[in-house]
Design a protein around this ligand. Sequence first.
Ligand SMILES: O=C(CO)[C@@H](O)[C@@H](O)COP(=O)(O)O
Length: 233
Amino acid sequence: MASLRTLKEEVYEANLALVRHGLVLLTWGNVSGIDRDQGLVAIKPSGVPYDDMTADDMVIVDLDGKVVEGTLKPSSDTATHLVLYNRFEGVGGVAHTHSTHGAAYAQAGRPIKILGTTQADYFADDIPCTRDMTKEEIEGAFEHETGNVIVETVGNRDPLHVPGVLLKNHAPFTWGKTAAEAVRNSVVLEEVARMGLMTAQLNPQAEMNQHLVKKHFERKHGPNAYYGQGGPN
Ligand SMILES: O=C(CO)[C@@H](O)[C@@H](O)COP(=O)(O)O
């Protein structure tokens, strides 16, 4: 179907963008996108080098994880992506990276605190780090439970207001309205993580002006957004 073909191409391009932006090495990371009308998800195949994959290699699964199109095995993180699609209605794309500075925060078990407008333009709050997963969660339906821990960490916030989480002792997951937007949020997460580490060296007591958070987030994502060429002149 044309829409599935388009979705596979969008997801393929989004996966290549992870490499282009320097967010992954080797076969690390993955991006998916959903066609909510059909209840189908396109996701990167597991363990295939980015240089070798094609749009046709994107695997189509249903929301239960059953492969409905494709000959390759879907990403090992597929169940995590599906939990996020099932729980975050407005989300159309999910990305997972091992970006260096974001992964450093995840390994340290620390949130990326909101300290500047760079972050406030895309995240309306700190970027949280999950709790430790339990032995049972890790030894059970691991990837499914990973998704549950991410959802738990977002809590009752609008997932598009904080479109990313640091998976403790692992690395970032981000999401957005599309696969491309999920990757954009991964780019922002990695850059504000890099800025955060430098800011902490310059001033460990650095604090954010919360008035700037609301202004910057809402000028791009609020009901009266006016950033760029959209909105009123
Ligand atoms: O870190 C992990 C495992 O969750 C993945 O990003 C990485 O191994 C890529 O796995 P896939 O190739 O997507 O199966």
